[in-house]
Design a protein around this ligand. Sequence first.
Ligand code: FAD
Length: 392
Amino acid sequence: MNDDLDTCFDFAVVGNGLLGSSVARSLSELGARTLVLGAGEPESDSGEEQVYSSHADEARITRVADADSVRALLAAEAIAMYEDIQERSGMTFFTPCGFLAIAEGSQSDWFDSLRNSAQNADVRLVAKSGEDIESDHSLRLRESSMALFEQDSAGYIHPRKLIEANNSLTTSLGGVLLREQVVTISHVSGHSRLITRENKTVRAKKIVLATGAFTESLGIIPPNVVVRNNTYVLGRIGPDAAASLKRLPSVIFRSSDPEGCFYLLPPVNYPDGNTYIKIGHSEVGQPIENYHDIFSWFQGIGSEQVAQRLKELLANFFLDIDFLELKSFPCVTTHTPSGYPYIDWWREDCALLLGGNGFCAKSCLGIGEIAAEFFANGKWNKTYPRSLFSLD
Ligand SMILES: Cc1cc2nc3c(=O)[nH]c(=O)nc-3n(C[C@H](O)[C@H](O)[C@H](O)COP(=O)(O)OP(=O)(O)OC[C@H]3O[C@@H](n4cnc5c(N)ncnc54)[C@H](O)[C@@H]3O)c2cc1C
């Protein structure tokens, strides 16, 4: 066996996603000998039941403005860490292009809650009219749209790069990264034994499960967690359209019709060499019952009905852009009853860090730090109550 692995780690973090890589880095920074085990991204046509990720994409919106004030604080704390993590890892994962909350018609309650939560987190939002948006962001909106703009703290992150940044800091601190899927966890004489799909055995005193939607594949069913399906659409654009939209921020659009609410990302370059605008719906998807069905969902192209609606919303929103191709993709979000991730002990030696509730990409660095303090030292130094993140 690899010498690095032939030790009993203080912590084994299962899942090298946004939350897992973040808590592993923070645990290493606290001096814990940490192993992080993360399955790679499966080939979509492999046919095998491997675990998927909710982050396997090129961009996630980041913003403090949120109708939920605790989520706004979580985001603000995490965004304040971006610069330091980027500098120390040498990996840039944040594009600070700003965030526009756009409302069609009157959405004064939404705007009020965004303003209040941003103010509470010391972030200023600027009101913009349709004319301001056209002159500042080269985006022509239909009449009667109003917007709030968040500047420096907002934009989008590149999730895969953020994970790489975490991993490089974890390993530089003596942590170990094993890119393999854990298939069995058992408890043997004072420690846990984890066996990977590639048949490696590792040992740890404590385990953190940051396994996202796939925790059930380990035979562990976290209480009251619901995994919901999600569909998004990528619209391919050419270089001229990309240039014309270079001042576009990340956007959340709210209309009085729930089916007309969506989020979108500005033009982002993807690994296939093309530039895409991503659009997704704002409402939560349908529950998926079990691990096998989650796996099948990831093997498809999402919901055709939702994709059709998103394609129409995209075409309707951009009055001056021709899309060269529109394609849909599946994803899932993992939900807890409180709407915040679980940061809690499930058993004496096994903690849960999961339940992104659709918002945790931007906040993962801060949530990982809170979780590491709690799991390693039993501390909770936050103004928001721990009960929001507990299992009961
Ligand atoms: C389409 C879409 C758009 C989103 N947009 C945003 C956004 O704009 N802004 C935002 O803040 N959030 C957004 N989110 C939410 C965000 O992506 C999630 O909250 C976040 O990915 C959750 O992180 P996680 O670490 O819990 O799960 P994941 O990122 O899914 O990571 C879990 C990891 O665990 C691994 N794993 C599972 N089981 C095992 C095992 N047995 N052994 C080894 N590894 C295992 C998986 O392979 C995976 O890599 C979006 C989500 C979706 C689906």
